[in-house]
Design a protein around this ligand. Structure first.
Ligand code: APR
Length: 174
């Protein structure tokens, strides 16, 4: 059964098979983790996104990682939080599910996710983490390692509280 690992760090530095980008529907880059991934991936990453013609909210697209240590980037567009009654939970779940589907289709064995939609898009962190972990638990058997890459200790603590069985940081896998 694949490990779910909770770490705190910069997803652009992870030498995993695929990192997931919290993009916007234009796939032209932006701030937050999107900006960090495009800065690290280099101009070829933006060139690879252009012919994709964007990505609807709740869906995902895959490109090479170019200058990133990860050979693949899975770009997904999370919902903007509008109070929770505009289909946000289903759209966010779709981001994780579609990212995992693309990962499986490309033979990915280790994958890292940021906390999609919980930054600029304002999704409440705990509610988002519950959705993320719910999909990760369903998908983990098809992977060697699924990483929740948190950008702050506060975010990692939210995941840790919701996932006592998860491996923390650099601990050996369970
Ligand atoms: N590594 C890992 N996580 C990161 C990094 C990084 N280098 N940089 C930011 N994060 C975290 C944020 O702290 C947050 O927890 O990624 C999570 C998602 O936040 P955002 O990047 O703001 O993404 P999101 O809330 O999904 O909003 C997407 O922001 O950058 C724009 O183009 C993007 O329009 C899109 C919107």
């Amino acid at each position: 059964m694949g490990i779910i690992r909770i770490i705190t760090g910069d997803i652009t530095r992870l030498a995993v098979d695929a990192i997931v980008n919290a993009a916007n529907s234009t796939l032209r880059g932006g701030g937050g983790v999107d900006g960090a991934i495009h800065r690290a991936g280099g101009p070829d990453l933006k060139d690879a996104c252009r012919p994709l013609g964007g990505c609807p909210t709740g869906e995902a697209r895959i490109t090479p990682g170019f200058r990133l240590p990860a050979p693949w980037v899975i770009h997904t567009v999370g919902p903007v939080w509008r109070g929770g009654k505009a289909g946000e939970p289903g759209l966010l779940r779709g981001c994780y599910e579609q990212a995992f589907a693309l990962a499986r289709a490309h033979g990915v064995r280790t994958i890292a996710f940021p906390a999609i939609s919980t930054g600029v898009y304002g999704y409440p962190k705990e509610a988002a983490a519950r959705i993320a972990l719910g999909v990760m638990r369903r998908e983990r058997d098809a992977f060697a390692e699924v990483i929740a890459c948190c950008f702050s200790a506060e975010d990692a603590a939210i995941y840790r509280a919701l996932c006592p069985e998860c491996v923390l940081g650099d601990e050996e896998g369970a």
